[in-house]
Ligand binder design. Sequence first.
Ligand code: NAD
Length: 260
Amino acid sequence: GLQGRTALITGSTSGIGAAIAEKMAAAGANVVLNGFGDAGEIEGQRSALERDHAIRAIYINKDLSSGSECRALVAEAAAQLAPPDILVNNAGIQHVAAIDEFPPEKWDAIIAINLTSAFHTIAAALPAMKDAGWGRIINIASAQGLVGSPFKSAYNAAKHGIIGMTKSVALEVARTKITVNAICPGYVRTPLVEGQVADQAKAHDMSEEEVIEKVILDAQPNKEFVEPGQLGDFAVFLCTEAGSSFTGAALPMDGGWTAR
Ligand code: NAD
């Protein structure tokens, strides 16, 4: 179990991050939530984690497009709970457009939230991990960090970038008991993707099943979504002793997408 550990998961008020927080809590870790959303719903999520898993959970509201807020997130987690010994960089956004029409401010936001935020949180969290002699850094990249897709230049750049940073930092700390890995999911069933399925069904005059098969999961050979809870279980595994030899790795969890 992860009893006594403190896991900070960025962007954990929704989707994959929320599932990772749930699995970390179920494994016994105390949890720091972060992300946007309705204050009442976030408090419901936080209190349910404490009630269901007999751990401590706190929520810290920071906008990770700002480097100073990223560093403040780690500092406030340490002050209010404990220095994170598990850091999951998960917060992310997407924008889909041709590069010659890509709004520069969307490029900047994607690079800031999906890539640069992890630079700041890692820089802020690593000293305490080194002092403790143990740590786990898990970056949620994407299959889009290993291969490209048209109209996703910023997202592809950020996700390839975070895999590069993962390798570099893993080598920097290789002689410590700190591991640094990237998980590269294919399509995951999150509220974001569920919304896309409904929209595409209307746009293409297809059933939702057809959209999933022909549009969304065209890239994913097993034709199945990755479930958020599977990502949570895998993140917990990387935090166990059995996971300690994984470091500097970009680990696909994509139903065969990047095998082609
Ligand atoms: P989501 O939209 O459900 O959740 C994103 C989370 O990030 C939310 O909690 C949101 O509030 C938070 N967030 C966004 N901008 C933020 C900011 N500026 N500061 C702080 N928090 C912010 O998305 P998701 O599908 O769960 O995606 C989570 C991660 O997984 C992202 O990095 C995404 O790129 C990656 N990913 C998703 C899929 C997929 O198919 N859904 C596939 C591969 C990788």
